[in-house]
Design a binder for this molecule. Structure first.
Ligand SMILES: Nc1ncnc2c1ncn2[C@@H]1O[C@H](COP(=O)(O)OP(=O)(O)OP(=O)(O)O)[C@@H](O)[C@H]1O
Length: 250
């Protein structure tokens, strides 16, 4: 379970202190997905960096399975916007990099790695380098690396934003298929309402800066078969868009 209580953070730059997130309260049950939508600059990436243990200077409480964020003791997967692949390592080495760093071992993940390669449709690409892959394939590699870690928490910062619409849908399906298999607690930041409704069991709307939680929806359509072709999917997206417009224009 992920618990965020009374989280506040401000950045100081040139002697000026600017509030970025204020009084964030949020809970995510183990194995759930949560999509976060918020206007540019409201602190979404900052929130992910706090959950990843990259930013440690904040007020409030952030707990992963009852413990404060401690990346050495917990396993936290983080997929940045640019996928975070190392261009000089081939696909196999990129996929096992996370496990190698985490376990400080040789990263020999044997069967698990082979299974992940198959699950993510990367068979035949193992010896290529990231620069020899399409954006969608690179995203699959980033997902394979994150899921191979079997993290306590997976964080994704606008993971599919650089992909064209069709590839994005395809990778979203791949993500859900792998997520179903491993049930990893996942928080993703997105600017796309449809993506939030497709991938988030919980949908959180943050207000304009300083960001705070303005609404939390339990998504009734999460995981529903053929959701994208349903009338109620369009209806929910419309309602969310309306709520967001009203909220962000306050
Ligand atoms: N290291 C830093 N020092 C000072 N200010 C920062 C720092 N990092 C981010 N900020 C500021 O904090 C605010 C929130 O940034 P953040 O990247 O978390 O927003 P965001 O919601 O992810 O934005 P976007 O949707 O545009 O990616 C912004 O105004 C940004 O300029």
């Amino acid at each position: 379970m992920i618990q965020i209580k009374a989280l506040h953070i401000a950045y100081e730059s040139s002697g000026v202190r600017t509030k970025v997130l204020t009084d964030i309260n949020l809970e995510l049950a183990a194995g759930e997905t949560c999509a976060i939508i918020g206007p540019s600059g409201c602190g979404k990436s900052t929130l992910l960096k706090i959950l990843a243990g990259i930013i440690t200077c904040f007020d409030g409480t952030v707990l992963i399975n009852g413990q404060p964020v401690m990346p050495e003791q917990q396993t936290i997967g983080f997929i940045p916007q640019n996928y975070g692949l190392l261009p000089w390592k081939n696909i196999t080495d990129n996929i096992r990099l996370g496990v190698k760093i985490k376990n400080k071992n040789t990263g020999d993940c044997g069967e698990n790695l082979a299974e992940m390669v198959q699950l993510l449709g990367l068979g035949g690409l193992e010896t290529r380098y990231p620069g020899e892959l399409s954006g969608g394939q690179q995203q699959r590699v980033a997902l394979a690396r994150a899921f191979l870690l079997q993290p306590d928490l997976l964080l994704m910062d606008e993971p599919f934003s650089a992909l064209d619409a069709m590839t994005r849908e395809e990778i979203q399906n791949v993500f859900l298929a792998v997520w179903r298999k491993y049930s990893v607690s996942t928080i993703l930041v997105t600017h796309h309402v449809e993506e939030a409704v497709y991938l988030g069991r919980k949908i959180v709307i943050l207000s304009a800066a300083p960001g705070t939680v303005s609404k939390v929806f339990d998504n009734p359509l999460f995981g529903v078969e053929d959701i994208r072709n349903r009338q109620d999917f369009f209806q929910l997206c419309l309602e969310l868009r309306k709520t967001i417009k009203e909220d962000w224009s306050k």
